[in-house]
Design a protein around this ligand. Structure first.
Ligand code: DLZ
Length: 165
């Protein structure tokens, strides 16, 4: 491990994935929108440009904060006239000086996992849990040498939507 050829992050899947028939739900927070908006943009660009997901098949809804993501995703997946193939929950939690971060991060990560298992629809965990604003900006692709994790979440949604034996 390590060295010049060490590839950090997710390796490309072997198969070429075609997302042209997929319907994807994106639920994102308005908290930390300066960081969340580029992440949503990164996910949407990847869905369309890399996997040919049609813009009209990407449905985007926003909620106040990360704590609202699991319940909103569950309601939208269960009560929509659209049958979604995957969802992506996007938010950013930045650690403050109280225990708030720990409680919300724990609740949201478990909540998002539960929505995926309960609905049977893959729900991608697109929530950054960062110690500083700088860390969050780096992971949203803002600034030189940074990487937009939203692009990985778009890929994960397509791969999971198409997962079969
Ligand atoms: C209250 C709160 C705090 C302190 N920090 C964040 C945060 O960093 N990121 C985020 O998405 N939301 C935060 N919130 C709001 C909560 O997620 C939630 O919206 C409120 O507690 C209302 O339920």
């Amino acid at each position: 491990m390590g060295g010049d050829d060490f590839h950090k992050g997710v390796k490309e899947p072997n198969a070429k994935l075609d997302g042209s028939s997929l319907r994807i739900l994106i639920v994102h927070t308005r908290w930390n929108s300066q960081i969340v908006d580029p992440l949503v943009e990164g996910a949407m660009t990847t869905l369309q440009q890399k996997y040919n997901v049609k813009l009209e098949n990407i449905h985007v809804r926003d909620v106040p904060g990360a704590f609202e993501l699991p319940s909103a995703a569950q309601r939208l997946l269960n009560n929509s006239s659209i049958t979604f193939d995957a969802a992506i929950c996007i938010g950013v939690l930045i650690k403050g000086s109280t225990m708030h971060f720990e409680y919300i991060a724990d609740a949201v990560s478990h909540g998002i996992m539960r929505v995926g298992l309960d609905t049977g629809i893959p729900v991608v965990f697109g929530v950054l849990t960062c110690l500083t604003d700088e860390q969050a900006l780096q992971r949203a692709g803002v600034g030189s040498g940074s990487h937009n994790h939203g692009t990985d979440w778009g890929s994960a949604a397509v791969e999971m939507a198409l997962l079969k034996l």
